[in-house]
Design a protein around this ligand. Structure first.
Ligand code: PMV
Length: 312
């Protein structure tokens, strides 16, 4: 078996995190500066079905057989075998590396899944279509997230901006004019499942308070898509600010995120908000060529552990 490799980008959510779980639209974009990679190398000297998973960045080096059903890496490999009806695969080592920050709202789990699915399927001579890749990655997302909306696996599989509505066919779209986003990382690891669960409890107790918030977030996503597609990206700045306010009202921001958002705006960002599950992880800021450097400096001065600048 020759070596097969595949990679998948990270992602950020531009608009609509959390409200997307409740059926409202969200906009997500791939971030190709950070990537997960998977490489499959045949091990002809080992017994058939000996599959070794080596993922140093994720602290894992184990034989597939020894990993439990709910281990996400094992689940993704088993999912591919099941999909392809393979009972006894040839022996191989699967090497996984990733530069995507973990538990930071950048889709690290989904990107690893997508890269693994593509590399393993290709190594078996049976590459899978995007629809199936995304569906298999979604199954694994459930192990990370509990009740994922599916936005992460979708944007990462298609590697294009997506306008995502739960349960609806995938809509990818393009920016008529490029625009620049600075991503600032609080360095605080925050599992999405906790913020999603807390918000669910609040919503169950008082849906009348949260439904209008979700409605408005959905409206912001719709307006933002229009602006991006019609070449007026600067319009999304104020929409990002409003989306952040609504995320604060949902209780998913944090003092650290609020501080980075404030610092970015003060340094000249056209808009800023948290991105992803919240409570920690990343925020994003819309910048121009004149302000991007100032915003990066302001974020680092306000204790961001890392910034990434990306053009959409
Ligand atoms: O993976 P994250 O942290 O970007 O979170 C995904 C966005 C949420 O809307 C909070 C959850 C979901 O499943 O859509």
């Amino acid at each position: 078996m020759p070596a097969f490799s595949a990679s998948a980008p990270g992602k950020i959510i531009l608009f609509g995190e959390h409200a997307v779980v409740y059926g409202r639209p969200a906009i997500a974009i791939p971030v190709s500066q950070v990537r997960a990679r998977a490489m499959v190398m045949g091990e002809p000297r080992l017994a058939p079905a000996s599959v070794r998973i080596q993922a140093v960045d994720l602290g894992r080096d184990a034989m597939l057989d020894s990993l439990p059903e709910n281990d996400p890496l094992a689940a993704v490999v088993r999912g591919v075998f099941r999909e392809l009806g393979i009972e006894s695969p040839p022996a191989f080592t699967l090497r996984i590396t990733s530069t995507i920050p973990q538990a930071a709202g950048m889709g690290s789990g989904a990107a690893v899944s997508v890269a693994v699915i593509r590399a393993v399927a290709a190594s078996l001579g049976r590459p899978l279509p995007d629809e199936i890749v995304s569906a298999l990655a979604y199954e694994v997302e459930k192990l990370y997230h509990g009740t994922p909306s599916g936005v992460d696996n979708t944007v990462i599989t298609y590697a294009k901006p997506v306008y995502f509505v739960r349960g609806q066919p995938v809509q990818t779209f393009q920016a008529l004019q490029p625009f620049k986003i600075v991503i600032g990382d609080t360095g605080i690891k925050s599992p999405t499942v906790i913020a999603v669960g807390d918000l669910r409890r609040l919503w169950q107790e008082n849906s009348q308070r949260y439904e209008p918030i979700f409605d408005r977030v959905g409206e912001l996503a719709r307006l933002a898509r229009q602006a991006i597609e019609s070449g007026q990206p600067w319009v999304i700045g104020p929409l990002m600010n409003e989306n952040h306010l609504l995320l604060q009202q949902m209780g998913v921001s944090s003092p650290e995120l609020d501080e980075l958002v404030r610092a970015a705006r003060q340094a000249g960002a056209l808009g800023a908000k948290l991105s992803g599950g919240g409570r920690g992880g990343n925020m994003i800021a819309l910048v121009s060529d004149e302000t991007d450097q100032k915003v990066v400096e302001a974020l680092l001065a306000a204790s961001a552990v890392r910034t990434i600048t990306t053009v959409i």
